[in-house]
Design a protein around this ligand. Structure first.
Ligand SMILES: Nc1nc2c(ncn2[C@@H]2O[C@H](COP(=O)(O)OP(=O)(O)O)[C@@H](O)[C@H]2O)c(=O)[nH]1
Ligand SMILES: [Mg+2]
Length: 333
């Protein structure tokens, strides 16, 4: 069975709605990627060194990340030799296969489930710079958890940015969950303390904590996050159960830099990559995983309430290659 078919089979274990979301959200990346791939294949019919060089460039411009691309190209060259592939068209299938391999690494069981256990209070802390989509993601995730039957509480920990508390309250109303807040300018650690007490008293399943993205300088921001985290840790052993770093996919290498900074300062357990729908450079998902070794747990594929999805490699790679795959499938049948 071809790898595409296997990929497709893996995907059909999920609902059509999820597949549609991924395909729709990755339209820009797919269109740009498929167009460039098709051009490349048309230009070089036979596999040679020039073809690989241009392929390398193509992947780097899709933000896949230089060292990831280098590894991928090496792997591809070996595989092409091993299978004696001559036509560039046939390389496409191998690329998708290798991408999944690279992403999944040694363990094919992806660890992109959120660490949320039944029968206890779970605390999820959201960190990241201003504008990346923290508050929006909290709103979307609250909706998702609630629709799974969990009780949710929100903590308005961004007391710094004007309007941030109100923005979270709007999401709270939309989704139908309460928000614990204090006034603008108050100590975020105090807000977290209140929120944790409220969450305990109300016996909620999940507390989602918003934080500020920009203070006067980075050192202050990191110190504040540490303080917030300490308050949570002290009140609930084992918490926070997740520290999710939110990154904006449209910012490319900037997002990589942020990831490095935040993961040095705090123990990031997962990444939320937002605005994948707004970029043609969706290759960044692969760069994050292979260069930072932090799992991308959730992806933002739009601004609406249900535009947050758990990340899934098969869905992602299938979405990127689907137009190419379907064309090839048609030709071969
Ligand atoms: N297209 C798109 N926009 C998003 C996504 N996530 C967030 N946004 C938008 O990004 C902007 C900043 O989001 P916000 O949650 O306020 O960021 P915060 O400063 O990190 O809390 C808002 O206009 C959101 O609607 C996404 O997945 N796709
Ligand atoms: Mg915010």
């Amino acid at each position: 069975m071809s790898f595409f078919k296997k990929l497709k089979e893996k995907i059909t274990q999920q609902t059509d709605a999820v597949t549609e979301k991924f395909k729709e959200g990755l339209t820009k990346t797919r269109d740009s990627f498929a167009e460039k791939m098709n051009d490349l294949v048309a230009k070089y019919r036979k596999v040679d060194e020039d073809f690989f060089e241009e392929l390398e460039e193509l992947l780097i411009t899709a933000d896949v990340g230089v060292s990831t691309v280098m590894d991928l190209i090496d792997e591809l060259k070996m595989e092409v030799k091993r299978r004696n592939i001559q036509d560039t068209k046939d390389v496409q299938a191998v690329i998708s296969e290798k991408l999944v391999e690279i992403y999944e690494g040694d363990n094919s069981e992806e660890d992109n489930n959120l660490n949320i256990q039944d029968g206890q209070l779970n605390v999820v802390l959201f960190v990241g710079v201003n504008g990346v989509g923290k508050t929006t993601t909290i709103g979307k995730l609250a909706h998702k958890l609630k629709s799974e039957g969990k009780s949710v509480l929100l903590a308005a920990g961004d007391t710094f940015r004007a309007g941030a508390i109100e923005q979270l309250e709007v999401w709270g109303e939309r989704v139908g969950v309460d928000v614990i807040k204090q006034s603008e300018g108050s100590d975020p650690a105090a807000v977290m303390y209140d929120a944790v007490q409220a969450a305990k008293a109300r016996k909620v399943d999940v507390l989602l904590c918003d934080t500020a993205g920009r203070l006067q300088n980075k050192v202050n921001l990191m110190k504040e996050l540490e303080k917030v985290k300490r308050v949570i840790e002290k009140e609930i052993p084992g918490a926070p159960h997740e520290v999710l770093l939110v990154l904006d996919a449209t910012t490319g290498q900037n997002a990589m830099t942020q990831a490095k900074q935040f993961s040095q300062a705090t123990n990031v357990t997962g990444i939320v990559l937002t605005k994948l729908d707004g970029t043609a450079k969706g290759g960044i998902v692969l760069a994050i995983k292979s260069e930072l070794n932090i799992p991308v747990k959730l992806v933002g594929l739009g601004e609406k309430m249900d535009d947050l999805q758990q990340f899934n490699t098969a869905q992602y790679v299938y979405s990127l290659f689907s137009s190419i795959i379907e064309e090839q499938d048609e030709q071969s049948s």
